[in-house]
Ligand binder design. Structure first.
Ligand code: PLP
Length: 372
């Protein structure tokens, strides 16, 4: 077996560094139609509802869906928006724009409220947009926009959306389980996350937590067979199974990842560790002279974007390769107007890892004879 120590540490927005136990949990062949496996799937769905602080008694369901997080977001649009529906998308980064691309593909009517990549949407502006356009049935937004690491205000927006009688869709891919999310405060009807972000599992499926009545109230035919959320839910209810081949190994890893999350003290414990990671990263990078991109007020503790050093000779590629040789993987920036790189504080990372990264960045700059 390849020793885990050989893997490079991933300071990325996901897939993330996972624990050895999570990886080892995958070294099994599970019978995908077998009752033991079905029981695990059922338990996982229940634990996810618990984690979200909602229950079936309150009308919530958890649907697991094969594929990466994007598949989960697309499944909500393709399953939940009626023929006559219209979605208002709040966008301030690539994942908001990906929602727009999905709606274009699915030929779903939509409008877009864009704010700059370093600016959260303004809830009162949204109230205005909803008052102006009675055709809007749903509002969709990204919680932590992983493009930059900005935290968007889902609670303030959700209350505006609920007050106006619309349904609220939240892409919480990179925040769920790493940040406390109050479903009721934020009036969330659909939340999408995936196995390989803050729950620290491996890739393989997405997770949709949804208010059942919102799905049932859609009279329209689903737009896609494999991404049909209601059919997927009914499949679980009928015989405990995924409709098509389940990602058996990722589910076994996920079961272990949920145990580790519990051992860490749930979302409260995990968010503490991530906040510590982020604090150490920020202090270290600022001490080296780096500038972060976002205003502190909307900077998440999950992902941080830093400006390139001012030195004209700096290239991300060379910087990246030097860090990779030291066993550390960072991420390029994702916005066009400013040159940035990104560092994640999430995954199986601890303060010592963040300190090691800062030290490696310092050593790399020395090698390259650069100052930030
Ligand atoms: C990771 C991520 C996604 C999904 O990306 P996949 O590559 O499809 O898993 C969607 N939205 C946000 C905000 C993300 O961070």
């Amino acid at each position: 077996m390849i020793p885990a120590a050989k893997d490079k540490t991933l300071f990325t927005p996901g897939p993330l560094t996972t624990s050895l136990d999570v990886k080892q949990a995958m070294l099994r062949d599970a019978g995908s139609w077998h009752f033991e496996f079905n029981a695990k799937v059922k338990a996982i769905r229940e634990r996810l509802l618990d984690l979200a602080g909602v229950s079936q008694a309150e009308g919530f369901e958890c649907v697991l869906l094969q594929g990466s997080g994007t598949f989960g977001v697309e499944s909500v649009f393709s399953s939940a928006i009626p023929e006559s529906g219209k979605v208002l998308v709040l966008a301030n980064g690539a994942y908001g724009e990906r929602m727009v691309a999905m709606l274009e593909c699915l030929r779903i009517d939509h409008s877009i409220y864009r704010t700059p990549e370093d600016t959260p949407p303004d809830p009162s502006a949204i109230a205005g947009l909803l008052a102006e356009d009675a055709r809007i049935t749903h509002v969709a937004m990204v919680h932590c926009e992983t493009t930059t690491g900005i935290m968007n205000p889902i609670e303030a927006v959700g209350q505006v959306v609920a007050k106006s009688g619309r349904q609220f869709i939240v892409d919480a891919m990179s925040s769920f389980a790493g940040v406390e999310i109050d479903f009721k405060q934020a009036c969330i009807d659909f939340l999408i996350t995936s196995a390989n972000k803050c729950i620290e599992g491996v890739p393989g499926f997405s997770i949709v937590l949804l208010r059942r009545s919102c799905l049932e109230s859609n009279p329209t035919q689903p737009r896609c067979l494999s991404l049909d959320l209601m059919a997927q839910l009914k499949g679980f209810e009928k015989n405990g199974q995924f409709r098509y081949s389940p990602p058996t190994h990722s589910l076994l890893a996920f079961e272990r990842a949920l145990e580790e999350l519990e051992m860490e003290g749930g979302v409260a414990g995990r968010s503490q560790r991530y906040q510590e990671n982020h604090r150490v990263l920020m202090e270290g990078m600022r001490a080296l002279g780096f500038r972060s991109y976002l205003p502190d007020a909307c900077q998440s503790y999950l992902i941080t974007s830093f400006h390139f050093p001012r030195d004209d000779r700096f290239t991300f590629d060379v910087f990246y390769r030097h860090l990779s040789e030291r066993g550390m993987i960072i991420y390029p920036g994702k916005i066009s107007q400013v040159d940035l790189f990104r560092i994640g504080s999430i995954g199986r990372l601890f303060v010592a890892d963040m300190q090691a990264l800062v030290a490696a960045i310092e050593a790399t700059l020395k090698e390259l004879e650069m100052v930030p």
